[in-house]
Design a protein around this ligand. Structure first.
Ligand code: MRU
Length: 379
């Protein structure tokens, strides 16, 4: 069982310290789920309490929680909250309603529907309302814990990539470029792209991370820089357009990014701008790896560019920059009133630009045969 809640309640965890999972059940009240309100980071560590499926859905929609594995975990616990609050006669109907509501919150990350489908399948095996509630809780807890474990194993499978880079120039740090936040905050623990980095750092391999700021929501600046700082991993924040320049000048050894949905052929959707980094890496002969657990794969899809749904988000994420002023959260407009805006949340990196995909089962080439060898159960 995860420890963060206990630490928090005992006051052991300092207000700025990141330790333990990003989402957990209250140890005293199983109808209460805690997470970190990521909209306040890095300025304030504030917990968010979720008591209903609607609150879980709202937390996903409003980016209190974000990142593919974490929104999957939030949806799993959201179904548990729906089951806890439903009366016996309405249980099936409420679970179905909650499942539909949770899956509809964000369209791109496969992890949402993957997790919800598994919890609902487990609920359907129940024979009485009490049995269904028990199965939902068991399934949600198991999936959340398995999600953390998958990321830990992504770290183990990704570590040799950093070890190899370190051997190429002994004594020099391995320079990794990453985009968005594919870290602990985006997952239940460890992160996807950050898992090999944290492990390398723990094993004494010198690592330095170039952190893309990741406009428009600045997940790199606000979240990745914060969590790497918490774990004392050396890093440098750069604007999104700096990656090509760094690569041309030999300042990047490899690129590690997460993903929100990966097709059976290995095309990978991730935060907008990832594709441009892959192009620059390809042009400069720099390895470009995507790190993702099983829950992110969508074997029903082949061509990512045409088939993966791409979320379009509110214009004000682009027209305004959010930050922290003297009085707390603050926003400033950066373009003329009335400017027309397009705000695509994700883009797709075609498999041909991806050196490999690091999963909890090992590293695959970004092609169907290699992925099927890791996931033989795919239809
Ligand atoms: O819009 P977000 O912040 O949810 O986007 C998150 C990303 O694109 C991450 O890189 C992705 O979910 C991989 S996370 C481990």
């Amino acid at each position: 069982m995860f420890k963060r809640a206990a630490l928090w309640h005992e006051g052991v965890m300092s207000a700025n310290r990141l330790a333990g999972p990003s989402i957990w059940l209250d140890p005293q009240d199983s109808g209460l789920v805690w997470t970190i309100d990521q909209r306040r980071l890095p300025h304030e560590v504030r917990l968010a309490a979720l008591r209903t499926a609607a609150e879980a859905a709202e937390a996903i929609c409003t980016m209190v929680v974000r990142g593919a594995p974490l929104i999957g975990a939030t949806a799993a616990y959201g179904l548990h909250l729906a089951a806890v609050r439903a009366d016996d006669r309405a249980l099936d109907r409420d679970l179905r309603g909650a499942a539909a509501m949770l899956v509809s919150t964000r369209p791109t990350a496969k992890d949402l529907e993957w997790t919800v489908a598994r919890v609902m399948a487990r609920a359907a095996e129940g024979t009485t309302p009490e049995d269904k509630r028990r199965r939902v809780l068991e399934a949600a807890t198991r999936l959340v814990e398995a999600s953390a474990e998958a990321c830990r194993r992504i770290g183990e499978h990704g570590l040799p990539l950093l070890e190899a880079a370190a051997q190429r120039h002994p004594g020099q740090p391995v320079n990794v470029l990453t985009h968005c936040n594919a870290g602990r905050l985006a997952c239940v623990d460890h992160g996807t792209a950050t898992a090999p980095i944290y492990l390398a750092h723990a094993r004494g391999i010198p690592v330095h991370v170039w952190v893309d700021e990741t406009r428009p929501r600045n997940q790199g600046a606000a979240l990745t820089a914060w969590e790497l700082g918490q774990c004392r991993v050396p890093h440098t924040l750069v604007v999104d357009n700096a990656g090509g320049h760094l690569m041309q000048h030999g300042r990047v050894d490899l690129v590690l990014v997460g993903a929100d949905r990966i097709t059976r052929r290995g095309d990978a959707a991730n935060k907008i701008g990832t594709y441009l980094k892959a192009l620059a890496a390809f042009d400069n002969g720099i390895p470009f790896y995507v790190c993702a657990p099983e829950s992110t794969f969508d074997p029903a899809l082949a061509d990512g560019v045409t088939e993966i749904p791409i979320e379009e988000r509110d214009a004000d994420e682009v027209t305004h920059v959010a930050g922290w002023g003297e009085g707390g959260p603050s926003r400033v407009r950066i373009c003329p009133e009335g400017t027309r805006v397009a705000n695509y949340g994700f883009d797709v990196t075609p498999a041909r630009l991806i050196t490999g995909i690091v999963t909890e089962r090992g590293v695959a080439r970004a092609d169907e045969a290699s992925l099927r060898a890791l996931f033989p159960e795919w239809p």
